[in-house]
Design a protein around this ligand. Structure first.
Ligand SMILES: [Zn+2]
Ligand SMILES: [Zn+2]
Length: 269
């Protein structure tokens, strides 16, 4: 029987096969790693037999984070943004059960799913099928897809307006197609930026970093960091939320510019 295997290390689901893939292309890439214990596989059906659950937290009015406990794969958060024109899921998590589908439907369902970069491809096709909505992926990351589906909408260029107040912006760097999502109504209309780890929020309050690989501590070049800086130069935002716990609630644009300048300074010195 063919099944859609999921890599236990990164949580990304593959095309249906009789046997688990030999390697996970996400984990064997130099930005991630294969655990010492080797590549292990599971399926969504198997995960549903265990004691996982997704926790929803309302961060500000209209913005929810969704995270699985106990952790699966990288352990990232997804975010649900509610708008008058329908809801968008930003990034995605591997675990999806009936309870999660019901909760999202209570919040108004999904109009689309937008993904920052391949580390969070997770089970996007399962989510797309459950809500019958398009999945937005930057075409520059096309090669990293591990499962295909007609719901996937490849976008290109510098930005894509998803709704009147929600736009995807291509920043590059961490992955060629790395993108962020700007919600102009967020933070009392001062703008909320959702970054996955295309832009990395660090523990020091009000600071960000720019990484090629987080686990393997590989930096980007000064030129690429400057390109990231330029890509958001014309946008304003107050709060910045990433895939993990660190966040910036005030002065986001200023933090972004000073962090890019600091990083470029160190790369050049
Ligand atoms: Zn993997
Ligand atoms: Zn990543």
């Amino acid at each position: 029987m063919r099944v859609h295997y999921i890599c236990k290390a990164c949580g990304v689901q593959y095309e249906a096969t009789h046997h688990p893939p030999d390697i996970c292309k996400i984990c064997s890439d130099e930005r991630q790693y294969v655990p010492l214990t080797g590549q292990k596989w599971t399926t969504l059906e198997e995960l549903k037999q265990e004691s996982f659950h997704n926790e929803f937290v309302e961060i500000e009015q209209g913005l929810w984070s969704i995270r699985t406990y106990p952790q699966i794969g990288i352990g990232q958060k997804a975010y649900l943004i509610r708008t008058d024109e329908g809801n968008i899921l930003w990034d995605c998590i591997t675990y999806l059960d009936e309870k999660t589908i019901n909760k999202i439907n209570e919040l108004g369902g999904l109009r689309g799913i937008a993904i920052s970069h391949p580390h969070y491809y997770s089970t996007i096709i399962e989510w797309g099928n459950a809500f019958q909505c398009p999945i937005y992926i930057h075409e520059k990351d096309h090669e990293w897809l591990t499962r295909t589906c007609s719901l996937i909408h490849f976008w290109n260029g510098d930005s894509l307006e998803l709704t009147k107040h929600l736009s995807l912006i291509h920043v590059g760097g961490h992955f060629e197609g790395s993108s962020v999502l700007l919600w102009t109504l967020g933070s009392y209309k001062k703008g909320t930026l959702l970054v996955g780890d295309s832009i990395y929020i660090v523990p020091d309050q009000g600071w960000l970093s720019f990484i090629y690989s987080a686990p393997n501590h590989i930096p980007l070049s000064a030129k690429v960091v400057n390109n990231i800086k330029m890509s958001l130069e014309n946008y304003d935002f107050e709060a910045i939320y990433g895939a993990f716990d660190h966040k910036i609630e005030q002065g986001g644009k200023n933090s972004f510019i000073k962090s890019a300048d600091r990083y470029i300074h160190f790369l050049n010195s």
